[in-house]
Ligand binder design. Sequence first.
Ligand code: ATP
Ligand code: MG
Length: 426
Amino acid sequence: MSGSVQSIRGFADILPAQTPLWCRVERIVRETLEGYGYQEIRLPLVERTELFRRSIGEVTDIVEKEMYTFEDRNGESITLRPEGTAGCVRACLEHGLLHNAQPRLWYAGPMFRYERPQKGRFRQFHQIGVEVFGMAGPDIDAEVILLSARILRRLGLDDVRLQLNSLGSAAARAAYRERLVDYFKAHYQTLDADSQRRLHSNPLRILDSKNPAMQELIAGAPRLLDHLDADSRHHFDALCALLDAAGLGYDINTRLVRGLDYYSRTVFEWVTDRLGAQGTVLAGGRYDGLVEQLGGKPTPAIGFAMGLERIVALLEEREQVVNPAPHAYLVLVGEQAVAAGMPLAERLRDALPGLRLLVHCGGGSFKSQFRRADRSGARLALIIGEEEAAAGQVAVKDLRSEAEQATLSEQQVIARLRDLLQERKS
Ligand code: ATP
Ligand code: MG
């Protein structure tokens, strides 16, 4: 039996009707990042499995059950990247980018997680992420958050809210962890199976539970923000003051812990309630211990990643971005017309950078070619039949007005197209 092969569950195609909106999002994000002096880094899609185990943490959803891990033909364990931070740190260490430097970096591309696919949740999804190294103070935290705010604002997403929290130092978190375990132990029967399992491995993650039945218990838990070390408290207050001074609103969410182990101090998320449970469109935080954990010198760092599928889903509810129509469609009827028309099209493209010219291929009558020209959305039809081919001329018809068809020389066609390109620009 032969049938058509389907895509893999959770791996989506992004079709031609959707790519213009994706391109617009990517362009706005790139321009905003450049405006803050961030530089792009391009990283491999596959890394050694060990990199993710050592950075993301053994007892996280990602490492426990979401990684695409394979043995390559040499028996080495490799993994499709589930996120970008680990690879970015690896690359910085490998190429010495952190020696006497404080790079501000960004990356874009697909990530892979074996999750249950649903609205806003895929197994291959796309992130644009930012990582900044070597700066410990609240000023860079404020910059990164203001940058994320500007990106979302420029995209036109004004109904997303910023949530902010501090995870404190490792020591403060360890002390808090004990209080939290005591609290949850006292309510052990109320914990769901996931949380019971996390009670000893990763109790902070219980705060992150999306199970409605757990929410009341979580609301009564001791708050990490009340148990911060003095330095982290000061850092957090200074960050809040900087955001206040910039006029950026935020909600302090003491239950925001983030799913990955490597965060410390500042954590933040931008959320919407328009995407159901998949409401986080951008998330990040400080990860001061990660560079050292991966074999580098102690280096403070902060970053975030935004989920493009979710952002595009929010935007496509209200805006249509369409592929640009061609300026002209070249109709070619007969063998001589094709022989004259193909090189003419190339000369027109040489003469007019930015020209969008669609050349009819596949033959057919004037009538059927005209129908295609009209459907293409082109403004002009350039027509070559036997007669025009013999005379070295081109008939030009404005498809969007009642104006008479005119027969022009090649130079006149170029002039006419140049006018059209100017007109569209202004
Ligand atoms: P969630 O809680 O939604 O699973 P996360 O904490 O696992 O998110 P991060 O690892 O912080 O997500 O990734 C940053 C952003 O990437 C998320 O806020 C989201 O917008 C996007 N994202 C994460 N996982 C997926 C996925 N499976 N499909 C689509 N987008 C995703
Ligand atoms: Mg997740």
